[in-house]
Design a protein around this ligand. Structure first.
Ligand code: FDA
Length: 308
């Protein structure tokens, strides 16, 4: 019931100011965001990697509307990768990028600006032995994001993409991407999408997730199972066994702070488990999507306003 309202609020500047200014917001945000800046987040990253988990780091930001901020996003990722090199974390840490933070939606040449920015990030990632995954945003960006993936893959074949099972088009996209060397993170989808392009019923989204999962596991690519849903995880493990996939020829991914015991359990079972670790000051949109996914998170947030 609150999900659509929270997703609409996630793109409201007025709500952003209200939520960010509330003194009680920060402790709740800290449950989902690893730090306001890179260095505190790196402490969390080290704790995860020394515990046998892999990570993908997200420098928070999205919906950039000017070139200077788009370039600042690129520079933040270049600094992040230099730090991963210095800290010798390249084997366990990759990066996830939102192309809207690289200027994808800018009116004059946004697609090309985002492509050039992310190309520089992919070049540095390749040089330190790690990879970039292109997060997927709302449905209006999918064609541009997949076109950028196609531009990057000849020089950086390990560049990953995200597909969202709530979109009707995703089975076709999964078929096209289930090819040798291709890395695809399958998620259910976190944006507010119209009924003309996306399933609205959670059961339909789940069924579509299983169909796309099957395509990816039967194909030649590297499936990345981005879900906290125990049913999807069990089905993925079953598909891995049926398709004779060894551990390490696919992976599980979950978000920082969500189902951490399950993250540990899967890693202890010998599965490759990667945690998506967001950091940075621009946490508002990411945080609101996490509240929208789960009413209990909203209740936790609202309870933090109550006098103790
Ligand atoms: P579902 O929402 O059905 O949740 C299953 C169970 O997981 C819940 O019952 C609960 O136990 C737990 N859970 C789920 N969400 C929770 C939350 N917020 N807080 C606490 N518990 C929670 N989306 C997108 O559109 N583009 C993208 O690029 C990405 N990238 C991405 C990366 C990774 C690594 C993950 C795991 C997810 C994403 N997503 C995403 C988000 C994704 O689309 C989806 O919104 C969430 O993962 C929730 O869906 P689940 O599959 O977890 O199932």
């Amino acid at each position: 019931m609150f999900g659509p309202v929270l997703l609409a609020a996630s793109r409201s500047d007025r709500m952003r100011r209200v939520v960010a200014a509330a003194p009680v917001t920060r402790p709740v945000v800290n449950r989902f965001v690893a730090g306001d800046a890179l260095h505190p987040a790196l402490d969390r990253v080290r704790a995860l990697t020394t515990g046998g988990l892999d990570v993908t780091l997200d420098h928070l930001g999205e919906d950039v509307t000017d070139r200077a901020t788009a370039h600042a996003t690129r520079d933040a990722y270049l600094r992040l990768l230099e730090t991963l090199r210095e800290e010798k974390l390249g084997a366990r840490a990759e990066v996830s990028v939102k192309l809207s933070a690289f200027g994808q939606a800018l009116p004059d040449g946004g697609h090309d600006i985002a492509l050039e920015g992310v190309r520089q990030v992919a070049e540095l990632a390749t040089s330190i032995g790690t990879t970039v995954t292109l997060d997927m945003e709302d449905h209006t960006t999918v064609d541009s994001t997949l076109a950028i993936l196609r531009e990057l893959r000849p020089a950086h074949p390990n560049t990953g993409a995200v597909l969202q099972s709530y979109l009707f088009r995703t089975e076709d996209d999964a078929r096209a991407l289930a090819v040798d060397g291709s890395r695809v993170r399958l998620v259910k989808g976190a944006y507010k999408e119209p009924a003309s392009v996306a399933y609205q019923d959670r059961r339909e989204v789940d069924k579509a997730y299983v169909r796309a999962l099957r395509i990816l596991f039967e194909g030649d690519g590297y499936p990345m199972v981005g879900s906290h849903d125990p049913r999807m995880i069990a089905i993925a493990q079953d598909l891995a066994a049926r398709n004779h996939r060894a551990a390490g020829s696919y992976e599980f991914q979950m978000l920082y702070g969500i189902r951490t015991a399950e993250q540990r359990r899967l890693a202890d079972e010998g599965e490759r488990m990667r945690v998506y670790v967001p950091y940075g000051a621009d946490w508002y949109g990411y945080f609101m999507r996490r509240l929208a996914e789960r009413p209990a998170n909203l209740a936790f947030f609202l309870r933090s306003f109550a006098p103790s």
